[in-house]
Design a protein around this ligand. Structure first.
Ligand code: ADP
Ligand code: MG
Length: 374
């Protein structure tokens, strides 16, 4: 196996931390461990480091136990771990392909509603998708009249910020729970009847929201839980399930995000409160759903390779898709003590990089070959 670089495109914040080795939630050492196995050398850089004229660039490479800046050839295969917030960056990333590099997991920041609409084209997925619409005043009223409980969330949010709940409390009277304050740590309760609360309307004007049927999530210790499912492509080039970890909401909360006080727990523990369910079958159904979602998304995003799905369970064990993340936060596996799965979340993208390099080589035989040799 020829040694070559695998690019890891990171955000500024991780890039800055590399020389000190204090990389917080990210564990690049696990990329290096995996890369050794696949005959690759990881090099780390930002989108802005990529040159479009030269064939070389500056990137961090591990030497001993330190990261040092080196001049490297622009890698033929690049795993994206950054999030691009603006259109210019997205365009620049897209140009990489034309410059001869394969960028995978370039997915970034597709709105939740867009993804929902893509997925709802697949009949077999439809029963697993909560009804979702753009949160216009008209759509909210329509949904309030047809469901007892709704979630309103920013189309582009993450880590549970800004998620609201609206619920029917008696005939024609609804209650809205709305996070307030920095990082949404506080919460207010607004009761309304004939008109939507002004504070809600102000939020809808400030940002694009979607309104979604609230899945009556299964409970553990009286608290709702859902699951983070890591689905990745590995060295075989195919999607597979890397791991499943549960997240239980803080007491009294309706979001399970760890950033909002949720706690990670194993699926087995969570299902122990439902002895009537066949835990193996529930798990198999979650996996089937996750793989189907990944397969369907790859129609739109052929280079997607690393997804973190939020999947909720109804009390009868039926899995419902809550959200697809294009940049999985892998540390919940470490927090939950699932170290093998945690390591695998780093290993699989490197394995997939190997797969891409090998496939490219098979398609385009190298120039070193003697003419007429075949
Ligand atoms: N339709 C829903 N039904 C029940 N709970 C939901 C629903 N949508 C979101 N939640 C809860 O809120 C959390 C955050 O919502 P999510 O869509 O994952 O957005 P974020 O990007 O902020 O994580 C979920 O993990 C889940 O606990
Ligand atoms: Mg989420």
């Amino acid at each position: 196996m020829k040694q070559s670089y695998v690019g890891i495109m990171v955000n500024q914040s991780l890039y800055r931390k590399l020389p000190s080795g204090r990389t917080g939630y990210e564990a690049p050492a696990l990329y290096e461990e995996a890369a050794e196995q696949y005959g690759l050398i990881p090099c780390y850089f930002r989108l802005t480091d990529i040159p479009f004229r030269n064939r070389t660039m500056r990137a961090y490479v591990r030497k001993g136990n330190r990261y040092r800046k080196e001049t490297v050839e622009v890698p033929k295969v690049i795993h994206n771990r950054a999030i691009f917030f603006d259109k210019r960056s997205v365009r620049k990333a897209a140009l990489l392909g034309q410059a001869g590099s394969m960028l995978f997991n370039g997915w970034n920041r597709y709105g939740k509603l867009t993804v929902h609409n893509w997925l709802s084209n697949d009949e077999s997925l439809k029963p697993h998708l909560p009804e979702s619409r753009l949160a216009t005043v008209k759509n909210i009223w329509q949904m309030l009249r047809t469901h007892d409980s709704l979630i309103l969330k920013p189309d582009n949010s993450s880590v549970g910020i800004g998620v609201m709940k609206a619920e029917l409390i008696k005939q024609s009277v609804w209650e809205l729970l709305m996070p307030v304050g920095r990082f949404g740590k506080g919460r207010i309760r607004l009761v309304f009847g004939s008109a939507l609360p002004r504070r809600l309307l102000a939020r809808l004007r400030a940002k694009r929201y979607l309104v979604q049927q609230r899945i009556p999530l299964a409970l553990y210790d009286g608290r709702p839980f859902d699951l983070r499912v890591s689905v990745q492509r590995d060295e075989s080039g195919d999607w597979q399930i890397t791991g499943i970890i549960g997240k239980v909401a803080r007491r009294g909360a309706f979001v399970t995000n760890v950033a909002q006080g949720g706690k990670v727990m194993s699926l087995e523990t969570l299902l122990s409160s439902y002895p009537q369910l066949d835990a193996e079958a529930v798990k198999a159904n979650i996996e089937t759903l996750a793989l189907r979602v990944a397969e369907h998304l790859s129609i739109r995003l052929p280079m997607a390779a690393d997804l973190g799905l939020d999947i909720g369970l109804r009390e009868d064990g039926f899995p419902m898709l809550i959200e697809c993340n294009g940049r999985d936060q892998r540390y919940s596996f470490r927090e939950g003590g699932m170290l093998e799965e945690w390591k695998a979340t780093y290993r699989n993208p490197i394995g997939f990089a190997r797969f891409l390099l090998d496939s490219a080589e098979r398609l385009a035989p190298s120039d070193e070959e003697e003419p007429g040799e075949r």
